[in-house]
Design a binder for this molecule. Structure first.
Ligand code: PLP
Length: 462
């Protein structure tokens, strides 16, 4: 959100915080939108801000977010001990840089990289930055291929489902690439190979395939897209590659669906991004992007700067960034191992399947997905309901639950759903409480036969 400028008004009490601890520590009202003339003792500032933040939603009841809301005490301690590490200062903090390298190697192995050498990839602030880097490499490689053939390279396009996360729309707009979206149709809420291939041409820099759609948690079929493109490339002489947006699935599929081929096992998968702060179980923000091999990452995109000492290759959109999230990612790898990740995600999936089947049994809801890919599912209302998904979202909010309601994109704008992301920390007990509160909501509307279902509202949470 961009914040407009506030004009603080001396008379207007909404421009001041009147401290609850005023009697004890300070009597002066503190301006909200201006830097105060004098500072505060640390304890007063701490209490004041902590109290304000109580008004935020309770992150443990937040079923909207994909992002980690709980880490172990040791992880928190390690993170607070390493707040001062700047990820970019690789020469000053070589051990933090070494830890990043260990993490990318671990991910390369997790995603079946064929590369014999060190992995090719880096940490980022999240999947959005990782997607930008992956997309840029696709664009540069495409342009090189076109120039080598003496063909124009001024009309790049990218093919993806309309269900992509907003970062891909941003990528296309910021880097001036025509986005070609495959719309939804009937019960098809994802990209399919058949539809993707129809939109691909010689100017397609790549096809983005999603492992864990933001809208309903489903995996798109990377293997089918790969096979269709192998065939198309052979017929046409093109070289259209795949980038997999595995923001969620990159940390789920290797543990819960190890036999599913979606990663570097498929020859056209050239790069993959994931969010360490989603099912990588780290607090925000850390993401990762890996390339299949050195050749897929154009040298021109890498900057070598020497003013931190040493010659350090760098591919990133920003410069300074906390190093402690990378440290926390490494903590999780060591602490959990394959087994730990598998057990945690299996538990979340069991809860998701339990909750989705419980919701299906309530009567007025139909499932759009059930949480069997990533532990995320969406559901909608059926003809037995005299309320909308928006009514339900507001009703359960009264009990503290954050369950987002939103409409689907083109061509299913008629479909509105609720979505639950089941993460570590969301227990079966809590699922039972939510089922109870959903039943209360149904009863509440049943007693109001004249209720006009609330429509629209754009509470879509990516
Ligand atoms: C969350 C998400 C993103 C954006 O990830 P951030 O880490 O929040 O930047 C991109 N794609 C998909 C599929 C996502 O679920």
């Amino acid at each position: 959100m961009l914040h407009g400028q506030k004009n603080p008004n001396e008379e207007d009490s909404s421009s001041f915080i009147t401290p609850a601890y005023g009697g004890r520590y300070t009597r002066e009202p503190i301006p909200k939108y201006l830097i105060p003339e004098e500072g505060l003792p640390p304890k007063v500032a701490y209490n004041l801000i902590r109290d304000e933040l109580i008004l935020d939603g309770n992150s443990r009841l937040n079923l909207a977010t994909f992002v980690t809301t709980w880490m172990e005490d040791e992880a928190r301690q390690l993170m607070s001990e390493t707040f001062d590490k700047n990820m970019i200062d690789k020469d000053e903090y070589p051990q933090t840089a070494e830890i990043e390298l260990r993490c990318t190697n671990m991910l390369a192995q997790l995603w079946n990289s064929p590369s014999e050498e060190n992995s090719v990839g880096c940490s980022t602030i999240g999947s959005s930055e990782a997607a930008m880097l992956g997309g840029m490499a696709l664009k540069w490689n495409w342009r090189k291929r076109r120039e080598a053939q003496g063909k124009p390279a001024d009309k790049p396009n990218m093919v993806m489902g309309i269900n992509v996360q907003v970062c891909w729309e941003k990528f296309c707009r910021y880097w001036e690439i025509e986005p070609r979206f495959v719309p939804m149709e009937g019960d098809r809420f994802c990209l399919t190979a058949e539809e993707a291939v129809k939109l691909v041409d010689e100017n397609t820099i790549g096809v983005v395939v999603i492992m864990g759609s933001t809208f309903d948690g489903r995996y798109e079929n990377v293997k089918e897209v790969n096979d269709a493109l192998v065939k198309l490339n052979a017929e046409t002489g093109w070289d259209v590659p795949i980038h997999v947006d595995a923001a969620s699935g990159g940390f789920v599929a290797p543990f819960l669906q190890p036999d599913l081929e979606w990663d570097f096992r498929l020859p056209l998968v050239k790069s993959i991004n994931t969010s360490g702060h989603k099912f990588g179980l780290v607090y925000p923000g850390v993401g990762w992007v890996l390339w299949r091999s050195r050749e897929e990452l154009p040298e021109e995109l890498i900057f070598h700067c020497n003013y931190l000492g040493g010659d350090l290759p760098n591919f990133a959109l920003n410069f300074s960034r906390p190093g402690n999230q990378v440290v926390a990612q490494y903590f999780n790898f060591l602490r959990l191992g394959h087994e730990g990740y598998r057990e945690i995600h299996q538990t979340s999936q069991d809860v998701a399947l339990y909750l989705s089947s419980g919701i299906a049994e309530l009567g007025p809801f139909d499932l759009i997905s059930d949480g069997s890919d990533i532990p995320v599912f969406a559901f909608t209302t059926n003809e037995k309901a005299n309320f909308s998904v928006f009514d339900i979202s507001s009703k359960v909010r009264e009990r503290g639950w954050l369950v987002p309601a939103y409409t689907f994109p083109k061509n299913r704008e008629d479909l509105a759903v609720l979505r639950c992301v089941c993460k570590e920390g969301f227990t079966r007990d809590m699922a039972d409480m939510l089922l109870g509160d959903l039943q209360h909501a149904i009863d509440y509307f049943a007693q109001r036969p004249d209720h006009e279902p609330q429509t629209g509202g754009s509470s879509f949470h990516h």
